[in-house]
Design a protein around this ligand. Structure first.
Ligand code: ASP
Ligand code: MG
Length: 419
C-alpha cells in the first residue's frame, strides 16, 4: 500500500495533470494507492487574498473570476470534447465558495478562513479524480474531512489520532481494494462537521497521517526538485542531493525552515517506520531521496533561509538581571499569542527572540508586556541556518552580511541579518 502526495506545482496546468496520470499509471501497477493532492498552482495564496478582501468588504470579483478561469482553462484542456461531469462539479464548488464569501461575518476570522481556504484542495482533488477516471484509472474521490478529525484550533487543527485512525481503518482498506483513492491535503474536519486546515503547506502532513493510519509500505512526495537537497536551488547555487537521510536529520532540517517537507510530516512516518521517498515529478525514473532509519556520517552542510523575520528584545526596566521569573512571563505571553520562537538568546539585562513577522501579533505582544519590559524590535530580517557546518560554509555565507545576532552549537550555526 502506497501513499502519493502531489503538491501545487505538480498540478499547476493541464500538462502537469497529464504527467500525474502518467506517474500514477506507471507506479501503481502493483498494490493499493491513496493520492493526496494540494490546491493547483498558487491557488491557496489567491484564496487568502480573496478572503481578506471579502472580509473587509472590498471588491474581490476580478480575483475570483481569475481563479475560476484558471481552473476551467485546465479542465477545458483536459476534457476537450466530452461534456464531463467535472464541469458541473467545479461550477458547484465555485458557487458554494461564492456563497460562503458573501456570508462572511465580522470576527471569527480564523474559523472562516478555514471554511474558505479549503476550497483550493476540494477543487484540485475533484479535478484530479475526474481526470484519472477519464484516463481509465479506477479513481474515487474521498472527502478527507470525514476521516482526518481535528479539534477547533482553526488554521492549525490538531489531529485526534485515535478517532482518525478508527475512521480510516473502518472504511479505507475496503475502498482501497478496488479503487485508487484521491483525497485532499491540508484540510480536516471537526466532530461538528466544520472544516479545519492543518497549517500552510500542510499536505505533506495529510499524506503522512493517511500513511500512518493505513500502515502504508511507503509514502512518496512528488516534487519539482530531484529529491531532498542541501538547500533550496531557487536561493542557493550548487546544491547537492542527499541519496539517503535519516528521519532525525530531516525533522531538524524541516524545523529550521527547509521548505521541502512540512515539519510535522516525519514523526508519524518514523513512529511506524514507513519509508518516505522524495522524488522528482519531472524525472520520475530518477532515484530521488530515501528518508528512513539510516545511520550516516557527517552530511554535506545544509543551508536554510527563513525570510521576513522579526528580532524582538525584551530589556528589564529596573537594573535587575533577566531572571527565570522574567523569562516565564515572556514565554507565557508568547505561548498565548501563538508566537513561535525560531532562535533565542539572553544577556544580563535583555532577552532576544527571532520569530516569523506577524504585525498583529507583534502589536499585541508589545501591548501586553510593555509595562514590564523595554521592548525593541527590527523587522524585514533573514534567519540563516547551516546544519552540519564547516568553517568554509560559514565564511562563504556570512561574507558581507550585516549580522545582528549569531549562535553556534556543535552541529548548527545560525545568524540573523538584514535582508
Ligand atoms: N495548498 C496548501 C498551501 O499552499 C497546502 C499545501 O500546499 O500543502 O499551503
Ligand atoms: Mg502548496
Amino acid at each position: 500500500m502506497q501513499v502519493f502526495k502531489f503538491g501545487g506545482a505538480s498540478v499547476k496546468d493541464a500538462a502537469a495533470f497529464r504527467n500525474v496520470s502518467f506517474i500514477v499509471q506507471k507506479h501503481s501497477v502493483s498494490g493499493q494507492l491513496l493520492i493526496v493532492v494540494s490546491a493547483i498552482g498558487k491557488t491557496t495564496n489567491a484564496l487568502e487574498s480573496i478572503f481578506s478582501k471579502a472580509q473587509e468588504k472590498l471588491n474581490y470579483s476580478s480575483e475570483f473570476s481569475a481563479l475560476k478561469t484558471y481552473h476551467f482553462s485546465v479542465v477545458q484542456e483536459l476534457f476537450p470534447e466530452v461534456k464531463s461531469p467535472v464541469f458541473e462539479a467545479l461550477e458547484q464548488l465555485f458557487a458554494k465558495l461564492e456563497e460562503n464569501l458573501q456570508a462572511l461575518v465580522p470576527g471569527k476570522t480564523d474559523q472562516q478562513y478555514d471554511q474558505i481556504i479549503s476550497f483550493g484542495e476540494l477543487l484540485a482533488s475533484t479535478l484530479l479524480a475526474h481526470y484519472l477516471k477519464a484516463e481509465n484509472l479506477p479513481a474515487i474521490w474521498l472527502d478527507c474531512r470525514k476521516y482526518i478529525r481535528t479539534d477547533e484550533n482553526w488554521r492549525e487543527g490538531k489531529v485526534d489520532w485515535s478517532i482518525t485512525e478508527d475512521l480510516i481503518q473502518r472504511d479505507l482498506p475496503a475502498i482501497l481494494q478496488n479503487n485508487i483513492v484521491v483525497t485532499q491535503g491540508f484540510i480536516g474536519g471537526t466532530s461538528g462537521g466544520k472544516t479545519t486546515t492543518l497549517g500552510r503547506e500542510g499536505s505533506d502532513y495529510s499524506a503522512a497521517i493517511f500513511a500512518y493510519c493505513l500502515r502504508a509500505d511507503k509514502m512518496i512526495i512528488w516534487k519539482d526538485v530531484a529529491g531532498l537537497l542541501n538547500a533550496d536551488p531557487k536561493i542557493f547555487p550548487n546544491t547537492v542531493r542527499y541519496p539517503e537521510i535519516s528521519y532525525q536529520e530531516t525533522i531538524e532540517m524541516a524545523y529550521y525552515g527547509a521548505s521541502v517537507i512540512h515539519p510535522k510530516t516525519i514523526k508519524p512516518l518514523a513512529d511506524r517506520q514507513i519509508p518516505l521517498l522524495v522524488k522528482s515529478f519531472v524525472d520520475p525514473e530518477s532515484e530521488g531521496t530515501k528518508i528512513g532509519n539510516f545511520e550516516h556520517g557527517k552530511l554535506a552542510p545544509a543551508f536554510i533561509l527563513k525570510q521576513n523575520q522579526c528580532l524582538i528584545s525584551f530589556g528589564v526596566k529596573d537594573f535587575s538581571f533577566i531572571s527565570e521569573q522574567n523569562l516565564s512571563t515572556i514565554f507565557q505571553v508568547l505561548s498565548e499569542l501563538r508566537i513561535k520562537i525560531n532562535l533565542m538568546q539572553n544577556s544580563a539585562i535583555s532577552f532576544s527572540i527571532c520569530t516569523d513577522y506577524n504585525g498583529a501579533r507583534l502589536k499585541k505582544l508589545i501591548e501586553t508586556l510593555r509595562d514590564q519590559f523595554n521592548i525593541q524590535y527590527n523587522i524585514s530580517l533573514q534567519l540563516y541556518t547551516i546544519k552540519n557546518y564547516d568553517s568554509e560554509s560559514i565564511k562563504n555565507l556570512t561574507a558581507s552580511k550585516e549580522i545582528l545576532l549569531e549562535q553556534r552549537t556543535r552541529n548548527t550555526f545560525q545568524f540573523v541579518c538584514r535582508g
